[in-house]
Each structure stands twice: as structure tokens, then as C-alpha cells.
Design a binder for this molecule. Structure first.
Ligand SMILES: C[S@@+](CC[C@H](N)C(=O)[O-])C[C@H]1O[C@@H](n2cnc3c(N)ncnc32)[C@H](O)[C@@H]1O
Length: 332
């Protein structure tokens, strides 16, 4: 699990231009605690720097967008389906924000390529990441059978063939309503076939495919085109008890490790949030950027008008003032 308050090198955890300006202006030393880095970014002095204002704006817009898209997906899901296979989304803002943040960092280092998402389902993460990509001028490729999971093995008992199915047509509709169709390309079919001879440079690979064999197909077919300054963000990194399963369990991260191991490629891995983790090549840039984001995200969330009003309400010293606030803001 990540230590929120570890001491980090700014060049290892922030976009390049941001780290340079923050240090150059003397706002922070080269090494600082994660929370201090997050808090400094939203100070007036830091926000006067173009690189910081651009970065914070990007994160804030991505965050608000991913929350709004999540609300619509939740409203469109069958009542009571939250956390179940019938739900319309299987990731959330905390997942997509880690990917969006690392994309920004990769951009600052000039890492070329598209974002490849494997595992679209109803397209929640695709919608959110299409916005992030559009802001950065990158392309998003999203790959799925659009028929749900393939047949599963007996050592993956939670999953069944056809789980998470959504048709390509309905995903396209969602992306038109809630995402950026202009940056999104769909790759339809079983990964074994659809990703064969993959030829497009990849900045980052987002693997949300549930099954060991599916992840193996993804990595085997695309590894050659994936930037060594980056790596994978992957789901099923932990089990239902928030533990990282042993290496011999059939889960997607182990499939990735198995492929990397056979090729003699060295990696680092980090647990990010619930089922989410990152597997990064040795030469990956700013590997600690995943550690700064959670604190920064809650700060950005607390700037939301509803949060501010709620905070004031909680802190209001008289009942009359509390009612006045409630009347003024919360009913609007
Ligand atoms: C958990 S869902 C993805 C959830 C989605 N990222 C979200 O944010 O809601 C997993 C998806 O992986 C796809 N998938 C798994 N194995 C596959 C394979 N071998 N070929 C093609 N698609 C596959 C399934 O069709 C399913 O839609």
C-alpha cells in the first residue's frame, strides 16, 4: 500500500515543467513530503506559475468530468446493482484519475504514443479517458470483444463467459453523449486476434480484462510497442480483501509479470487504490507521481462548491447561520 506521506523527489513525482518551476521559484526543496507537495501546488504562489496552473486545471477538469460521468452511469444502471456485474461501470474516478495523471506526466517528458485501454465494457473509463486524451492531444484506443468475457478457467471462479458484455453500438452512444468520440478508436474482437501485429506506439497500457489469459494476450501482442519510459496500469492487482495475491494465482498482473519475466524485463510495481495497481518498467519516468495524486485529489475535491458549503455548514457556530447557508446554497 502506498505511504501517503513519504518524502519524495519532485522530479520523481511531478510533471517535468512543474517540478522545475516549483524548485526554481524556491517554493519547495527538491525533496518534500507528498502531502506538502500536494498542498503547495494549490497555493496562490504556485498557481501563478503557468506550468502549475495548467497541471492543476487539467486534474480538476478530469476529476469533475469523471465524477459527472460516474453519476450518469450510476443513474443508468439497474437499481441496486452497485458493485455487481450488472452495473454499468466497474471503475471510478480514483482509478481513471491515476491514469489521467500519469498521461500528463508522460506528456511532460515527451513520451509519444496513444493510450490503449483493454477492457471497455460499457465504456465508463473510456469516456473519462477520452476527455483526458483530448486535452493532451493524444488518441485513445479501446479494445474489447464487445461480447463480454471469453470462456473462463476453473481457477477464476468469480468470472463467467459473457460477463460485462456491452455492444459496440451502445458504447459508441455513451462516448458520443459523455466522452470525446473525436479522440476514440474502437478495436473489436478477442485480444488474441484483434491486437495481433499491433503497430501503433503506446504511451501507456490500461489493462482491465479480469482474466489471466486475456491479460497475457494483451501483453504478448503489444509489449514491443509500449514505451519503456512507462508501463501498465492494471486492475485485479489485489483481491477482495485488499491483499496482493501470490505469484501463482491466475490474475492479470501475474500474466504481465510472467511475460516480462520470460523476456528478462525488469519492473517495479505499486498498489494504487482498491483493485488498481501500476507495473512500471525500470526506465519509467516520475514513478512516484502515483503517490502525490490521492492527496491532491481530495484537496481538489474539497474546492468543489458543494463541499465548501457543507464544510461551512459543519463549522457554523449558530443554528441561524447554518439555516441561512442551507437556504442559500443547498436547495439550488
Ligand atoms: C471489467 S470489464 C472492463 C470495465 C471498464 N474498464 C469500466 O471502466 O467499466 C472487462 C472487459 O474485458 C473484456 N475482455 C476480457 N477478456 C477479453 C478478451 N480476451 N478479448 C476481448 N475482450 C475481453 C470483456 O469483454 C469486458 O468488457
Amino acid at each position: 500500500m502506498m505511504q501517503a506521506d513519504s518524502v519524495l523527489n519532485l522530479f520523481e513525482c511531478l510533471p517535468l515543467g512543474v517540478a522545475k518551476e516549483i524548485i526554481g521559484k524556491g517554493l519547495l526543496p527538491i525533496n518534500a513530503q507528498a502531502t506538502m507537495i500536494g498542498n503547495t501546488l494549490i497555493t496562490h504562489a504556485a498557481m501563478e506559475l503557468d506550468s502549475v496552473r495548467q497541471y492543476v486545471s487539467y486534474l480538476k477538469i478530469c476529476l469533475e468530468t469523471s465524477c459527472a460521468v460516474a453519476e450518469i452511469y450510476d443513474l443508468s444502471s439497474p437499481p441496486g446493482s452497485e458493485g455487481k456485474k450488472q452495473h454499468m461501470r466497474h471503475t471510478g474516478p480514483a482509478d481513471v484519475m491515476q491514469i489521467a495523471n500519469y498521461l500528463y506526466v508522460l506528456d511532460s517528458y515527451g513520451v509519444p504514443g496513444v493510450l490503449l485501454e483493454c477492457g471497455t465494457s460499457h465504456g465508463y473509463s473510456s469516456c473519462c479517458l477520452s476527455h483526458a486524451c483530448a486535452m493532451l492531444g493524444r488518441k485513445l484506443y479501446t479494445a474489447d470483444s464487445f461480447e463480454g468475457l471469453p470462456s473462463t478457467s476453473t481457477n477464476e471462479p468469480f468470472f463467467e463467459e459473457g460477463d460485462y458484455a456491452s455492444s459496440l453500438e451502445s458504447v459508441k452512444k455513451s462516448i458520443h453523449m459523455l466522452g470525446r468520440p473525436d479522440t476514440t478508436t474502437y478495436v473489436r474482437g478477442w485480444f488474441m486476434e484483434s491486437l495481433k501485429n499491433w503497430e501503433i506506439d503506446l504511451a501507456l497500457l490500461w489493462v482491465d480484462v479480469d482474466l489471466y489469459n486475456s491479460a497475457k494476450d494483451v501483453v504478448t501482442n503489444t509489449l514491443a510497442k509500449l514505451s519503456r519510459k512507462s508501463g501498465f496500469v492494471v486492475h485485479e492487482f489485489t483481491d477482495f480483501h485488499n491483499r496482493v495475491p501470490p505469484r501463482d494465482v491466475a490474475i492479470p498482473p501475474n500474466a504481465i509479470y510472467d511475460v516480462l519475466e520470460t523476456k528478462g524485463i525488469v519492473w517495479d510495481s505499486v498498489h494504487l487504490h482498491r483493485y488498481l495497481g501500476a507495473i512500471l518498467f525500470k526506465g519509467a519516468v516520475a514513478k512516484d507521481s502515483f503517490k502525490v495524486l490521492p492527496g491532491l485529489m481530495s484537496t481538489l475535491q474539497s474546492l468543489d462548491m458543494r463541499s465548501r458549503v457543507y464544510q461551512e455548514l459543519c463549522e457554523s457556530r449558530t443554528v441561524r447561520w447554518a439555516f441561512a447557508l442551507k437556504k442559500r446554497f443547498l436547495k439550488k
